[in-house]
Design a binder for this molecule. Structure first.
Ligand code: ZN
Length: 449
């Protein structure tokens, strides 16, 4: 059977970055973007160019450096935003302008203070303006799920006529259930004239813990793009978690006859890199990439796992890139082992960079017996902080991280603890990188898609 392709639109660097504590500077965003490219996402929403100088620079840098995926920039439905977005995006190999405007009565009345007719005209003008720069234009009716459906259909038809190529349906407030949202998407597919010419997209928030379920319901109902973020980061309770959507589609391919371009073997590394960059870790029991996701503590489970991993596992840790727990790094480890572990944690270095990391690694390994992942992360950070500027990971075609441990051997991986000898580390080596450049004060940009 022909499997429909689902476009994975990653908004870790835009909606995700809006989560408290998740703001990233240009260098950090660029590094993440290289990792997202490696992961195989189709679209990277790199930021909201008019929101700040830093955001503009990040979108511009990503557009220039990352050539395979589409690079999207967010804009409100007005010319200055769209002009600014285009300036940041114009060097992209595949640029996309993402325009949004609220459409629910409550937003029109209290936030924007405009009528439905004004809303429709403003959205149409904005999409036409974006289209004058860029073939690929996405429109999002913010708070779509609380918008009068008849008005929404009318507005979406106008957006198609104005040249939008993707219509994204956000459940901005995270209120829908899977049945609601699936029906909502299905109605759009049936009621909006010309809808077959464009891609329907879903953008779900997790206020009720239903973002992934709603996203899957949207796919079944006809959405062919999904907006999501690594580790499920995003406004309030977050966006739909990219790793959960991708792995569910894969593990339950019997229920979901769809495919994505994501290399799931890079999920763990990408999640690690994001946590490491923002300092915001995921809950231990987080599906797919949490540190307990593959840990089996109960005796009866361990017994089953040893006899046959399939007794308690529906997927292997390797399939999502959880590293080989048997690869212990110590003073006798070579560059190759070090490089592999760095890669599993989401960092790739060229030879020169690796030499510097390795030099520091050997010094550390001489002091302490085993270099844990935390040590390695500190060491990478320290090297960067010391002015040895490490450019973002180079993205070259290479095979997925070779995590070859037998499944059962991963049992102990996540039970590692920082050894007592970590105290030998000089406190300066454990200091965090300077606080990343934040957006600073800015207007209320209503980042609410
Ligand atoms: Zn959102």
């Amino acid at each position: 059977m022909q499997r429909a392709h689902i476009t994975i639109f990653d908004t870790t660097l835009r909606d995700g970055e809006q989560s408290p504590g998740c703001s990233m500077n240009v260098q950090e965003k660029l590094r993440l973007a290289h990792q997202l490219d490696l992961l195989g996402v189709d679209v990277i929403e790199a930021g909201f160019p008019i929101a700040s100088e830093g955001d503009f620079n990040a979108v511009q840098a990503i557009a220039a450096a990352i050539r395979r995926p589409t690079i999207a920039g967010l804009a409100r439905a007005c010319a200055p935003d769209i002009d600014r977005a285009w300036q940041a995006l114009k060097d992209a190999a595949h640029p996309r302008i993402h325009v949004f405007l609220a459409t629910s009565d409550i937003h029109l009345q209290y936030k924007l203070k405009i009528s439905r007719q004004q809303c429709l005209e403003q959205a149409r003008d904005a999409v036409r303006h974006a289209k004058s720069f860029c073939e690929d234009v996405e429109f999002s009716p913010e708070d779509a799920t609380r918008t009068d459906p008849e008005f929404l259909y009318q507005l979406l038809e106008a957006m198609i006529e104005a040249g939008a190529t993707t219509l994204n349906i956000p459940d901005t407030v995270g209120y829908c259930t899977p049945a609601d949202f699936g029906q909502f998407i299905q109605n759009i597919g049936q009621r909006v004239r010309g809808i077959e010419k464009v891609t329907i997209s879903a953008h779900c928030h997790n206020d009720l813990g239903l973002a992934v379920a709603n996203t899957l319901a949207a796919i079944v109902a006809g959405a062919r793009q999904v907006e999501c973020a690594i580790n499920g980061i995003g406004e309030r309770a977050g966006n739909a978690a990219l790793e959960e959507i991708v792995v569910t589609l894969r593990v339950r391919s019997d229920q979901y006859p769809y495919e994505t371009s994501v290399f799931s073997e890079h999920l763990f590394a990408t999640s690690q890199l994001l946590s490491e960059t923002t300092g915001v870790s995921v809950q231990p029991n987080k599906a797919i990439i949490g540190r307990n996701a593959f840990a089996h503590a109960a005796g009866i489970h361990q017994d089953g796992m040893i006899k046959n991993p399939l007794t308690y596992e529906i997927m292997t840790p390797q399939s999502v890139g959880v590293p080989d727990s048997t690869l212990v790094l110590g003073k006798h480890s070579g560059r190759h082992a070090l490089s592999l572990r760095c890669e599993q944690l989401g960092h790739q270095f060229d030879r020169r960079e690796l030499d510097e990391i390795y030099r520091r690694f050997v010094v550390l390994a001489d002091k302490i017996k085993t270099v844990t992942d935390q040590h390695l992360q500190e060491l990478i950070r320290e090297t960067r902080g010391a002015g040895h500027r490490i450019p973002p990971a180079h993205v070259e075609a290479h095979p997925p991280a070779a995590a070859s441990a037998a499944v059962g051997q991963n049992v102990g991986y996540f039970q590692k603890s920082v050894p007592a000898s970590a105290g030998e580390l000089h406190s300066s080596t454990l200091s965090l990188t300077p606080v990343s450049e934040h957006h600073g004060e800015q207007e209320d940009y209503l980042w609410g898609v």
